[in-house]
Design a protein around this ligand. Structure first.
Ligand SMILES: *Cc1c(COP(=O)(O)O)cnc(C)c1O
Length: 363
């Protein structure tokens, strides 16, 4: 039987992609905000229901740039239960992350613990819609209003998620998305910032293109983080199929829920109030007959590679553990030691889901 990884990148039909890139051989315009880039931007503005979007070559540089564009300073309150990128983006901007604990059911930032972490140096909150579970956006908004803080959501996992029909990109001052190969929607590598204030557009464009505003004009210091035409073309193709892919993910997720929900010692996370994108299938093993690492090994023996997202916790990383203490975020620590993300992607067969569940259930 073939190897099963935790995810498999979505790809359009080969001919569909070839058709999409064909005219690049006529224009010879391969990057620098060409027609594919412009087309993908306008398609995503509609799909994500956002007033403004700026595309980037990856999600990480989108986040680093959003932090600069919003003029953040000092301390930023964030979560340690996320991918390395979230914290690295803060630190690489010479700012200080302040880790807030997480909600034990949704694994997103615990909004009730934010206020006690605010100091006169705090400039923003950077929560993560982890696994596509959405944060308590209303409570976070209220805190931000009261203390005059900015909010950037790391929405890397939340492409296409809606709450009462409202797109996830419409919350906070800005959100960042990742279109990495492993995400629900991909442009091979890619990312975007979505934002409410259109004044940010100029700054974000400068940050991704050396501050160049005209053939003889460089108005600010910027780097290079442009999405190229081949990436954008991949996005145009993948966007045509993303709703269908999410439907397929849903059927797979429902099979997992059918087999695993309600079993003693297993915990699945669900947010019935949102329209999910079924990006991940995290399971917490707490008091189950096998612990998380035993389940991981049992699957691995059958060439099935689940992932310990998110373990280790960011405040336990080699590069951070001298400065932070993961005991300060006990819920995140507890979950991180017990959680396993099971394989989930559009082309995973229900038979394979059953095989994975049989191994977990010891059948
Ligand atoms: C993937 C990811 C990123 C970074 O995105 P890239 O496109 O890989 O640079 C940031 N935050 C989270 C939570 C992610 O999962």
């Amino acid at each position: 039987m073939s190897t099963i990884q935790v995810t498999q990148s979505s790809m359009p039909d080969f001919q569909e992609y070839i058709r999409e890139i064909e005219d690049l051989w006529e224009s010879h315009w391969l990057t620098n905000m060409g027609i594919k880039h412009k087309k993908l931007e306008s398609l995503l503005i509609k799909y994500l229901q956002t007033p403004n979007i700026t595309l980037f070559t990856n999600g990480h540089l989108a986040l680093e740039s959003a932090i600069v564009a919003l003029g953040l300073t000092g301390e930023i309150i964030t979560t340690p239960f996320t991918f390395a990128s979230t914290t690295h983006a803060i630190v690489r901007n010479a700012l200080t992350p302040v880790f807030c604990d997480i909600n034990p059911h949704t694994y997103t930032i615990d909004e009730e613990k934010i206020e006690s972490l605010i100091t006169e140096r705090t400039s923003a909150i950077l929560p993560v819609h982890v696994y596509g579970n959405i944060c308590n956006v209303d409570a976070i908004d209220a805190i931000a209003q009261e203390y005059k803080l900015k909010v950037i959501y790391d929405a890397a996992h939340a492409f296409g998620v809606t709450v009462n029909g409202q797109g996830i990109a419409t919350f906070g001052d800005a959100s960042i998305f990742s279109f990495h190969a492993t995400k629900v929607f991909n442009t091979i590598e890619g990312g975007a910032v979505t934002y409410l204030n259109s004044d940010l557009a100029r700054t974000l464009n400068n940050l991704k293109n050396f501050g160049i505003t005209g053939p003889e004009s460089v108005e600010s210091v910027g780097g290079n983080a442009k999405m190229n035409e081949f990436q954008a073309a991949m996005g145009i193709c993948n966007l045509r199929h993303v709703d269908f892919e999410i439907e397929k993910r849903k059927a797979i997720a429902q099979r997992y829920v059918m087999r695993l929900d309600g079993i003693n010692g297993l915990k699945l996370s669900r947010q019935p109030e949102i329209k999910s994108n079924y990006a991940y299938l995290p399971v917490v093993f707490d008091g189950y007959k096998m612990n998380r690492d035993q389940v991981y090994e049992a699957l691995k023996k059958e060439d099935i590679f689940a992932r310990k997202y998110f373990y280790p916790l960011i405040n336990d990383f080699l590069c951070y553990r001298d400065k932070f203490d993961s005991q300060d975020t006990p819920v995140a620590k507890y979950i991180s030691e017990r959680i396993l993300t099971l394989p989930l992607y559009a082309n995973l067969s229900l038979d394979d889901v059953d095989r994975i569940c049989d191994i977990i259930l010891g059948k």
